[in-house]
Ligand binder design. Structure first.
Ligand code: ADP
Ligand code: MG
Length: 349
């Protein structure tokens, strides 16, 4: 439904978008994930018609959008800061787009009521926006973006300003809402949790380019390169040389899955791959920190000898504490030779 072909935007001194090719299918929820400054907002602004392209094309339903003004594109954009109009009540905010298009009062009121029900704020039309909590304002902004029934809904950091527990709840609600409505969604965020919970497909951006695109589970299991792996929060990423089933690393020889790409490359050792054994066996490490993360514990290890720190995870009751000496061995099922996906390496999802 949406296609970007070679889309490029240059600002003085740098390219915000550097040749983006991206397709979004009807009813698909695509989430663009990337660090601040990677070009996410610029991408949405080009599709919305708020930022002209320096090269490339944007197509919606096969139609080239060049020269089509923003209000004729049939796309809804919910901005990063989702500013509501403070002088209008909730209904005035939600109905704004309809009013601009000349939709009559009765139809507008009906649609506003319907949308407020949908976002879980029934009967809130006459409330002042100043009396709403952050989460409620976010819902009103979403209802406002949905009101004109856009062909494509674009969300810029939709839950960025909310606290963690509210964000986790809303993201699940959003996903089921979009599924029910059959909305096609292109969302951008710098938060991996948000992207992975919301998306049918995740697109990781770096410096105006696409670093990886795939189903959330695929991207999680097989990050394309060291940048993507680190951005997803994995810390055990090192240069290695793979020979047969063993990778030579600063942590010693680590077993890799059958079929892994051979030769020099980057290796991801998931924390789950690090197993504790007696201090006299395996790679000897000193525990430097221990962090409780709900059901498991993240353990930081210093292998000594100038080798990089290792991140491990284990059950709460089995967790060693700071200062403890431990031995570690590695489980190949949670070791990934990055970029080796084509070779069919690694565990099937
Ligand atoms: P993100 O949303 O991923 O944080 P942006 O798309 O906002 O990234 O910005 C990408 C890059 O383009 C950044 O380096 C930013 O500083 C730059 N940029 C964005 N808008 C402008 C502008 N109007 N003028 C100059 N540089 C800009
Ligand atoms: Mg942005």
């Amino acid at each position: 439904m949406l296609r970007l072909a070679g889309a490029a935007v240059r600002f003085p001194g740098r390219a915000a978008l550097d040749g983006i090719d991206l397709d979004v299918a009807e009813r698909e929820i695509v989430c663009v994930l990337g660090p601040s400054g990677s070009g996410k907002s610029t991408l949405l602004r080009t599709v919305a018609g708020l930022q002209p392209l320096d090269a490339g094309r944007v197509f919606l339903d096969g139609r080239d959008l060049r020269g089509v003004p923003a209000h004729r594109r049939g796309v809804g954009l919910m901005f990063q800061d989702h500013q509501l109009f403070p002088q209008r009540d909730v209904g005035g905010n939600v109905g704004f787009g309809l009013r601009v298009r000349g939709t009559g009062r009765a139809e507008r009121d009906a649609r506003v009521g319907e949308l407020l029900d949908l976002v879980g704020l029934p009967g809130a039309a006459r409330r002042a926006v100043g009396s709403l909590s952050g989460g409620e304002q976010q819902r009103v902004a979403l209802a406002r973006a949905l009101a004109p029934r856009p062909r494509l809904l674009m969300l810029d950091e939709p839950l960025g300003q909310l606290d963690r527990s509210l964000r986790e709840r809303l993201v699940v609600e959003l996903r089921s809402l979009f599924e029910r409505l059959g909305t096609t969604v292109l969302a951008v965020t710098h938060d991996q949790g948000e992207a992975f919970a919301l998306a049918d497909r995740v697109v990781v951006m770096r410096d105006g380019r696409i670093a990886q695109s795939g189903k959330p589970l695929e991207v999680w299991q097989w990050p394309a390169d060291a940048f993507v792996a680190r951005f997803l929060g994995f810390e055990n990423v090192v240069g290695a040389r793979v020979t047969g089933r063993v990778a030579d690393t600063p942590w010693g020889g680590i077993p890799v899955p059958e079929g892994s790409a051979q030769g020099p490359g980057d290796l991801l050792v998931r924390p789950a791959a690090v197993r504790f054994v007696a201090a006299s066996e395996g790679l000897r490490c000193t525990v430097t920190a221990r962090t409780f993360r709900g059901a498991h514990v993240a353990v930081r290890l210093d292998p000594g000898g100038g080798a990089p720190a290792l991140e491990a995870e284990c059950a709460v009751r089995a967790a060693p504490g700071p200062g403890d000496e431990v031995g570690v061995v590695f489980e190949p099922a949670d070791v990934v030779v990055l970029g080796g996906r084509e070779a069919g390496a690694g565990r099937a999802p």
